[in-house]
Design a binder for this molecule. Structure first.
Ligand SMILES: CCCCC/C=C\C/C=C\C/C=C\C/C=C\CCCC(=O)SCCNC(=O)CCNC(=O)[C@H](O)C(C)(C)COP(=O)(O)OP(=O)(O)OC[C@H]1O[C@@H](n2cnc3c(N)ncnc32)[C@H](O)[C@@H]1OP(=O)(O)O
Length: 194
């Protein structure tokens, strides 16, 4: 495709991604990383409620059902919402590498309109890693897991420590999160000590 930025092309020194030995088994459901995450949290009524599963290698599969609250045009999903679904799926790749990573850059191609009530079948994979930089791609298909590609993304995620959230998040939510044992368990899964 044209117009790609060089920032999304791994440098020659980049290495292949390595699945962490403690990564969840293929097919295993990956729960929400944060209850109030707009992408995956159960505590957000109009959120996307993306449901992700570990894939083979360093990959993730996920599903997102487009709801009325996600429209941009009559009966069609908003492009930003679809980018969120891709971003969320890509973010879950951290579970396979056992690192926390945030989106640095996300480029999205919209190939087909996605109607309300459609299920977007998502798949993301890491293509290369260079230091803290994680190069990855994702697709969203409609009509089934093997259906036509409706959206495609290329992204660069950057590894961060849990301090990234503690230093930058609004204190009220950070304190509530650190007081929640389930949430601390999620952070521990990444071998960090909040
Ligand atoms: C307290 C409780 C904690 C709760 C959380 C617990 C657990 C979390 C668990 C799981 C998380 C799991 C899943 C998450 C899933 C989905 C969420 C969706 C993902 C998101 O929605 S996440 C939100 C949006 N995201 C941001 O909010 C980032 C804002 N941003 C920054 O916070 C900084 O910008 C940062 C940290 C990215 C980098 O800052 P920095 O100072 O650490 O590092 P630096 O700038 O040196 O960059 C290092 C190297 O990356 C290159 N680089 C950086 N940015 C680039 C860009 N845009 N384009 C091209 N290259 C880029 C540089 O060029 C350099 O490259 P080089 O090393 O070659 O020089």
């Amino acid at each position: 495709m044209s117009g790609r930025t060089t920032a999304l092309t791994p440098p020659p020194e980049a290495g292949p991604p390595v699945r962490h030995p403690d990564a969840p088994a293929p097919g295993e459901l990956i729960g929400a990383h944060y209850e109030y995450c707009f992408g995956c949290g159960g505590g957000v009524p109009h959120g996307l409620h993306v449901e992700a599963r570990a894939g083979e290698g360093v990959s993730i599969t996920a599903e997102f059902r487009v709801k009325e609250a996600h429209q941009g045009a009559p009966g069609l999903a908003h492009g930003g919402v679809l980018a969120t679904a891709l971003d969320e799926t890509l973010g879950s790749l951290g579970w396979m590498l056992r690192v926390i990573a945030v989106t640095g850059r996300l480029e999205t191609d919209y190939l087909l309109p996605v109607p309300v009530d459609a299920v977007l079948h998502l798949r993301a994979e890491v293509t290369a890693v260079h230091g803290r930089k994680i190069y990855c791609t994702a697709t969203g298909r409609i009509g089934g897991p093997e259906g036509p590609v409706a959206v495609h993304a290329e992204a660069l995620f950057i590894e961060v420590k849990v301090d990234h959230f503690i230093e930058n998040g609004r204190p009220a939510e950070i304190q509530a999160t650190l007081a929640n044992p389930d949430q601390v368990k999620v952070a521990r899964a990444f071998e960090v000590n909040p």
